[in-house]
Design a binder for this molecule. Sequence first.
Ligand SMILES: [Zn+2]
Length: 248
Amino acid sequence: MNAALKWAGRVSRRKIKQLYESDAQGMLDAELVDDVGFGFYSRLVDMFEIDEASQGRVKCRKCGSMILRRKGTRASNGRLYRGRDEALKCAQCDWKITWGEYFDSYSGKSLQPNSAINAFKKFKSRWPTLKTAKDKMLLIDWLVHQFHLQYRDRIPLKPAAVNLIEGTPEQIIVLLNELAYSADSFAELKVKDDWKEQLNDEYRLIITRVGATKILKLGKELGVTDYRKMPIKSLIDRIQELDATLLE
Ligand SMILES: [Zn+2]
C-alpha cells in the first residue's frame, strides 16, 4: 500500500470519558477539549476528502492537487468510473496510486460520512471558528449526540459517533449513556435527554431489532401496495395493522 495514504483514526472512548468527567467536576480540561476536537476535525477532513474521491475528485496526498478520475462508459458496464486498476497520477508531482489501492485504504474503516453528512459538515465548518473551551465542549457534546438519519423518514438509526469514536455502535451507546454531567458541566443535559429520546424512538428500535430488509420482505409478502416506495415508518405502521406479531 502507498505509504502516503494514512487516514486519521477514531478518538478513544477513554479520552471522551475523561473529557466529560473533567467538565462535570467544573474543571474542564482545555487541552483535552482540543485533543478530542482536533481528533474529530482531522477525521472529518479525511472523511470529506474520501467522499470527494468517491465522487471522482481525488486529492493528491503529496501536493494537494486535484486529480479527476476518468469516467467509464455507463452503458457498457453500468459503472460511473473505471475499475480498481485505474491509475491515478498527479499532474503536478510524482504521486500515483491505483483506484483499488486508494479504495482499500479507507474501505471498512467508517470513513464515509453517509447519512450523518449534515452534522459532520456543521462541525467541520464551525470548529475552526471557536475560541473558548466552553464553546468547543458544547460543539463536541452536540456532535457526539447526533445520529445517522436514515430512510425517507430520517429515522435516527446509529450514533454518528461511530465514525469518530473507537468501538462498536453498542459500545458507543453504552459510553454515551455513562457520560458524566453535573450542574457544573458546560455540556448540556438537554442534549443528552434529546439523544435518549431519539435512541428510544419506537421505529428505530423496530428497525434495529427486525432489520430493514426483513421489514421490506414482510411488506412484499403481505401484499402492501408500494411497499418499496413508501416511508419505512408508514410501512411499519401498515404491517402492524395487518399483523402486529410479525414485528416482535
Ligand atoms: Zn501531487
